[in-house]
Design a protein around this ligand. Structure first.
Ligand code: ZN
Length: 134
Protein backbone atom coordinates (compact mmCIF):
# COMPACT_ATOMS: atom_id res chain seq x y z
CA UNK A 1 0.00 0.00 0.00
CA UNK A 2 1.40 3.35 -0.99
CA UNK A 3 0.25 6.04 1.40
CA UNK A 4 -1.38 9.40 1.38
CA UNK A 5 1.17 12.14 0.67
CA UNK A 6 4.09 9.77 0.25
CA UNK A 7 6.43 10.57 -2.57
CA UNK A 8 6.55 8.30 -5.61
CA UNK A 9 6.83 8.55 -9.39
CA UNK A 10 8.80 11.77 -8.82
CA UNK A 11 5.56 13.40 -7.71
CA UNK A 12 6.25 15.18 -4.45
CA UNK A 13 2.74 15.00 -3.21
CA UNK A 14 0.67 11.89 -3.68
CA UNK A 15 -2.98 12.73 -3.19
CA UNK A 16 -4.28 9.23 -2.88
CA UNK A 17 -3.69 5.74 -1.69
CA UNK A 18 -2.27 2.99 -3.91
CA UNK A 19 -3.49 -0.44 -2.95
CA UNK A 20 -1.63 -3.41 -4.43
CA UNK A 21 -3.95 -6.10 -5.77
CA UNK A 22 -3.66 -9.50 -7.37
CA UNK A 23 -3.96 -9.35 -11.14
CA UNK A 24 -7.53 -8.60 -12.23
CA UNK A 25 -8.91 -8.28 -8.68
CA UNK A 26 -12.44 -7.05 -8.18
CA UNK A 27 -12.86 -3.40 -7.22
CA UNK A 28 -15.94 -2.24 -5.30
CA UNK A 29 -17.68 1.10 -4.93
CA UNK A 30 -16.76 2.80 -1.64
CA UNK A 31 -19.93 4.91 -1.69
CA UNK A 32 -23.30 4.79 -3.45
CA UNK A 33 -23.39 7.25 -6.31
CA UNK A 34 -23.02 8.10 -9.95
CA UNK A 35 -20.13 7.08 -12.20
CA UNK A 36 -18.58 9.98 -14.12
CA UNK A 37 -15.43 10.71 -16.12
CA UNK A 38 -14.56 7.12 -16.96
CA UNK A 39 -11.58 7.15 -19.28
CA UNK A 40 -10.92 3.75 -20.89
CA UNK A 41 -7.35 4.77 -21.80
CA UNK A 42 -6.15 5.59 -18.31
CA UNK A 43 -8.77 3.44 -16.59
CA UNK A 44 -9.79 6.22 -14.24
CA UNK A 45 -13.28 7.04 -13.08
CA UNK A 46 -15.04 9.08 -10.45
CA UNK A 47 -18.01 8.21 -8.25
CA UNK A 48 -20.00 11.13 -6.84
CA UNK A 49 -21.98 10.16 -3.75
CA UNK A 50 -25.72 10.42 -4.15
CA UNK A 51 -26.37 10.24 -0.43
CA UNK A 52 -24.59 12.08 2.33
CA UNK A 53 -21.89 9.96 3.89
CA UNK A 54 -21.08 9.73 7.60
CA UNK A 55 -17.36 9.86 8.26
CA UNK A 56 -16.03 8.73 11.57
CA UNK A 57 -15.26 12.31 12.59
CA UNK A 58 -18.12 14.09 10.85
CA UNK A 59 -21.65 13.49 9.60
CA UNK A 60 -23.53 13.93 6.33
CA UNK A 61 -20.84 14.93 3.87
CA UNK A 62 -20.94 14.72 0.12
CA UNK A 63 -18.02 12.68 -1.18
CA UNK A 64 -16.37 12.22 -4.55
CA UNK A 65 -13.99 9.32 -5.15
CA UNK A 66 -11.51 9.07 -7.98
CA UNK A 67 -10.21 5.61 -8.87
CA UNK A 68 -7.35 4.90 -11.24
CA UNK A 69 -6.33 1.53 -12.65
CA UNK A 70 -9.85 0.19 -12.70
CA UNK A 71 -11.27 -1.37 -15.83
CA UNK A 72 -14.99 -0.68 -15.64
CA UNK A 73 -17.22 -3.76 -15.50
CA UNK A 74 -18.92 -4.39 -18.84
CA UNK A 75 -22.41 -2.94 -18.85
CA UNK A 76 -21.42 -0.03 -16.62
CA UNK A 77 -21.03 3.41 -18.15
CA UNK A 78 -20.71 7.05 -17.24
CA UNK A 79 -23.96 8.24 -15.66
CA UNK A 80 -24.81 4.85 -14.14
CA UNK A 81 -25.68 4.61 -10.45
CA UNK A 82 -23.86 2.07 -8.28
CA UNK A 83 -24.37 1.06 -4.66
CA UNK A 84 -21.70 1.01 -1.98
CA UNK A 85 -20.07 -2.42 -2.05
CA UNK A 86 -21.12 -3.14 -5.63
CA UNK A 87 -18.43 -4.46 -7.95
CA UNK A 88 -17.48 -1.71 -10.41
CA UNK A 89 -14.62 -3.38 -12.23
CA UNK A 90 -11.23 -5.04 -12.05
CA UNK A 91 -7.75 -3.79 -11.27
CA UNK A 92 -5.13 -3.14 -13.95
CA UNK A 93 -1.39 -2.61 -13.87
CA UNK A 94 -1.33 0.74 -15.68
CA UNK A 95 1.35 2.98 -14.37
CA UNK A 96 -0.08 6.44 -14.75
CA UNK A 97 2.80 8.55 -13.64
CA UNK A 98 3.10 11.71 -15.70
CA UNK A 99 6.43 10.72 -17.20
CA UNK A 100 5.78 7.02 -17.71
CA UNK A 101 2.33 6.94 -19.22
CA UNK A 102 1.24 3.61 -20.69
CA UNK A 103 4.00 1.64 -19.03
CA UNK A 104 2.98 -1.27 -16.89
CA UNK A 105 3.62 -1.57 -13.19
CA UNK A 106 4.99 -4.78 -11.69
CA UNK A 107 1.77 -5.39 -9.79
CA UNK A 108 -1.81 -4.37 -10.28
CA UNK A 109 -2.62 -1.51 -7.98
CA UNK A 110 -5.65 0.68 -7.56
CA UNK A 111 -5.21 4.37 -6.88
CA UNK A 112 -7.96 5.87 -4.73
CA UNK A 113 -8.36 9.59 -4.21
CA UNK A 114 -11.05 11.08 -1.96
CA UNK A 115 -12.68 14.51 -2.05
CA UNK A 116 -15.06 15.70 0.65
CA UNK A 117 -17.42 18.67 0.38
CA UNK A 118 -17.88 20.74 3.48
CA UNK A 119 -20.17 23.34 1.91
CA UNK A 120 -21.95 21.36 -0.85
CA UNK A 121 -20.21 23.33 -3.59
CA UNK A 122 -16.50 22.77 -3.53
CA UNK A 123 -14.47 19.70 -2.69
CA UNK A 124 -11.33 19.30 -0.68
CA UNK A 125 -8.93 16.40 -0.94
CA UNK A 126 -8.86 14.11 2.04
CA UNK A 127 -6.92 11.10 3.23
CA UNK A 128 -8.78 8.06 1.79
CA UNK A 129 -8.29 6.22 5.07
CA UNK A 130 -11.09 8.39 6.49
CA UNK A 131 -13.50 6.20 4.52
CA UNK A 132 -11.99 2.87 5.42
CA UNK A 133 -13.19 1.09 8.51
CA UNK A 134 -10.33 -0.60 10.26
ZN1 ZN B 1 -1.38 6.61 -6.60
Amino acid sequence: MHGWNQEHCSINQHNGLDIIRNSGSSVYAMVSGKITDYDPDTHSLTIISSKKVDLWYDKERKVKILYSNVKLKSGLNNGDIVSAGEKIGTSTSDRNCFTTKNEKAVYDYVHVQVYISYDWNSYEMADPRLLINY
